[in-house]
Structure formats: structure tokens, C-alpha cells
Design a protein around this ligand. Sequence first.
Ligand code: 3PG
Length: 394
Amino acid sequence: MIFSLNQSSNVTIPRCNNYKLIDHRRNFPAKFLVLPPLKNPKFNKFSIVSRAKPLNVSSIQTFGSFQRLPTKELCVVSKAYEADRSEGESVVEKVEAARRVKIGVYFATWWSLNVIFNIYNKKVLNAFPYPWLTSTLSLAAGSAIMLISWATKVAEAPNTDLDFWKSLFPVALAHTIGHVAATVSMSKVAVSFTHIIKSGEPAFSVLVSRFVLGETFPISVYLSLLPIIGGCGLAALTELNFNMTGFMGAMISNLAFVFRNIFSKRGMKGKSVSGMNYYACLSLLSLLILTPFAIAVEGPKMWAAGWQNAVSEIGPNFVWWVAAQSVFYHLYNQVSYMSLDEISPLTFSIGNTMKRISVIVSSIIIFHTPVQPINALGAAIAILGTFLYSQAKQ
Ligand code: 3PG
């Protein structure tokens, strides 16, 4: 006889007393991991049978270790089970609610720090157009903060070996290229324009995965690239202050960050360094890679002359602007890596897109960036495309 089994009815479900709350995000592919799908987490945590999808079994006697019990006994077991379960459920609900609050705080902090970074970064670049130095200073500030935190035991130093640093190298190289390219872009065009082009990152991710790694995607993913590419293209064509270096910088940054994410996923498999320390090591290695190039491309002579100009134009406060852009760069990245520890890459990329919206809107307001309606439409289409992409990737 075929019948449907609803777990809440009259069977006992075996369960370990010392159960561990399994972090499903680490054990299942990204398509299961977006925040909203946790419709009924309590059943996910404790059940071996999903209530959302009742099982069809041929006979209850043959179903695993379930046993038929006499009806009276069954009621007692059922009540005890229900009481025990509801206690467990409320614990899980609390844990889940706390996790959501924590992620919410991470996201809000990440976006706010990013907006502050972008504003100070642009203010500095307007007065002191040396993006190679400012990029280096951002990494230097982060490295110094973390070295001091480790030395003073404010943060626990990571336990790393040579293999770790070897696997980190390609990640750091891609991070360095992506960071400098984005900063060069922002030194040439409006912050909002750089971020509109950077919202096209998913398109690069799919194209690299398809043509370099040979991965395939459902047709809906490819279709979602159309508004991303079309929207970015429209925004670029109608940008009032278009500049090819600025445009190419944002494009190179997109490409570099896609490779950074791929290398980072490969390199970190099986390693146990926290998100915060992982980003700290990334900053240190990127700083070592970038410093000689920054000296070769710009160099101390240019920096000294540029600094004097900036200070005479802005005043002594200029140094605080530089400090702010450097420190906030590290802080927003550190928080973003800490949130990556807590969420799936997919949720992360949705958070990143929302971050871009807050940066685009706030920078347009603060810098009085002129925007034509058609240009805003292009940006909106591109951002909508990134949302469609994240939905299609599920
Ligand atoms: C950088 O300087 O590294 C970029 O501004 C980073 O951009 P993103 O973190 O917004 O991708």
C-alpha cells in the first residue's frame, strides 16, 4: 500500500541526545543557501523527514528504524516527543533569530563602512590623483591594524604554513590587481560610474566559469546576463564624464575579482583560517606585491609634489582624509569577509549588489554627480539584472 507519511503524526523519530547543530551552509551547495529559503528551519535541524515534502513509503514497518507501538504507548511517546521537540524548536528558533540579527548587523556595517570608504577615497583622489599610492596605503593600514591586533592579542593570530601562503598568492595577486584597477577607475570617473560597471561582475563570473573552467549554467543564468550587460552598456554610453581609463579600470577590476574568488575557493578548501584573519593575510601579501609596482608607476617624487599640492589646497585635514580612506577600506573588507564566514557566496553577492546601490546613491548625492534619466535607467537595469542573476543561480 502506498501512503503519505506526515512526521508529526504517530511515529517516534530517533534522535541523538548530543546532537550538533549542523551548519547546512557548509555542507550543501550554494543553491540551498540563500537567506530567504529558511522557511521552517526547525524541521531542517531536527528531522530526518521533511514536513514540507512528505515521503511516500511502501509500508511503515519497513521504514528504517521506525516501529509500530501500541496506540496507548504511542500517545505517551507522541506527547513526550512533542514537548521535547517544541523545546528544541524554540532553542533553534532563538539560534536562528540571533544568526539573522548578526548577519543583518554585518551587512549594515559592511555597507556603511563601504560608503564612507568610497567618499573619502574619492575626496582624496580628487585632491591627490595617485591611485597606486592610495591603494598601497589602504593595504598598509589594514596590515598594520592586524599586526598590532595579533601582537597585542586583541585578535588571535592565525596558524599558517607555507602551503597556506602559496595558495594565497594567486588570490592576493588578483586582489591587488582588482583593487588598484578599481582605484585607478575612481580617480578618473565618478564613484557611481565605477560601481555601475562593477555591478557587471556576475557577467564576468559566468563568462570566466563557462569559457575558462568549462562550467555550464541553466539558460536562465545566461538570460539574466542580458540586462546586466545591456544596463552597464547603456550607462557607459550615456555617462556624461565617460573616460576610457576609468571604464577599463572597473572592467579589469571585475575580471580580477572573479579570479580572486575562484582562487580563493580553491585555495581555502580544508583550511581553517577565520574570515577576518584570511583577509588580514591577504592584505599583507597584497601589500608586498603592490609596493614595488606603486613605486615604479608613480614613485616618491610625484607623491611628494602631489602631497604638497593637496595639503595647500585642502589644509592639514587632508592627512585625516587619507587615514580615513585607508582604515575604512580595511574595515569594510574585513567585515565583508567576516560575513562571508556566516553566509553563502550567493547571499554574499546579493549583499554586494545592495552595497553598490547604497554607494551609487550616496555618492551621487554627496558629489552632486550629474545623472541623466537614461543613464540612471541603464544603472537600474544592470542592478535588476544582478538580482535576476542571483535568483537564476539558486
Ligand atoms: C577596491 O578598491 O578594492 C574596490 O573599490 C573594491 O570594490 P568592491 O569591494 O566594492 O568590489
